[in-house]
Write a protein that binds this ligand. Structure first.
Ligand code: PGA
Length: 245
């Protein structure tokens, strides 16, 4: 296993502050980096803190290019439920990130495989300076669900039944949830120069243990992180409870 920098925080306020400090230091040291940002509940306190600092004068906090991690398939550009709209609302718009600096999937592309190849080519031609990711309870990263290949590239995937159920409320009913999505592959994510995993809450404790204390296996996509260079994990006590330091 590579040397992993586990940072344990006491509460959600500290989670926001420590994550924002990490990001702020990163932007000070890297010129216009390419950064992946995650969706989900976990990063919300971090995004709030970054927006607060930006609005209070820390203008360098928008000096990065954004690369999408994943997206649902078949949504109109302006569908508020798309990940790109969600991230726009929570962080990219408040930071005034220019649309030319947002590398996002066209969810509604006629040929979705071609669209994945377009994004994959961009990822291959650029360096992912920092991949900030969250983790699902089954170890998914983006839409790389269990059994995804560690060398997988950007592609279309079918959503797991569990994921569809988990998202039903957000979509206003199970039948409303898109059945397909696109995601960067684990092979893309492995190429990131730096990775930051954000994790909080008791319900993530077991998968964190499996990710870092069990053998690396495609049954647990997040276990690729064990061999990831320059990995920082920021987690609260509940999430890190089963990690033996
Ligand atoms: P969460 O989602 O932050 O809402 O727990 C994380 C994920 O499923 O990747």
């Amino acid at each position: 296993m590579n040397n992993i920098n586990f940072v344990r925080v006491d509460n959600i306020d500290d989670f926001a502050i420590v994550s924002a400090d990490f990001f702020s230091d990163f932007l000070k040291k890297n010129d216009n980096p390419l950064v992946i940002l995650p969706t989900g509940f976990t990063p919300l306190p971090f995004y709030k803190e970054i927006v607060k600092r930006y609005k209070s004068g820390e203008k360098y906090l928008n000096k990065f290019r954004y690369l999408a991690l994943d997206e649902y398939v078949g949504l109109a550009d302006d569908d508020y439920r798309s990940f790109s709209s969600w991230l726009g609302k929570e962080i990219l718009n408040p930071l005034s990130i220019d649309s030319k600096d947002r590398i996002i999937f066209n969810s509604n592309a006629d040929d979705i495989d071609k669209e994945c190849k377009r994004i994959d080519d961009i990822v291959s031609e650029n360096v992912i300076d920092l991949a900030i990711v969250g983790i699902g309870e089954n170890g998914h990263i983006g839409f790389n669900e269990p059994k995804s290949s560690f060398s997988s590239r950007t592609r279309k995937v079918l959503l797991h039944e569990k994921t569809i159920k988990a998202n039903a409320e957000y979509w206003g009913g199970i039948d409303e949830v898109p059945k397909e999505a696109v995601t960067l592959g684990l092979g893309n994510l492995k190429e990131a120069k730096n990775t930051l995993l954000l994790v909080s809450g008791k319900r993530k404790a077991e998968i964190l243990r499996k990710s870092f204390c069990a053998p690396v296996s495609e049954d647990i996509p997040s276990s690729y992180l064990q061999n990831q260079p320059n990995l920082t994990v920021i987690g609260d006590e509940d999430a890190l409870a089963e990690i033996i330091f």
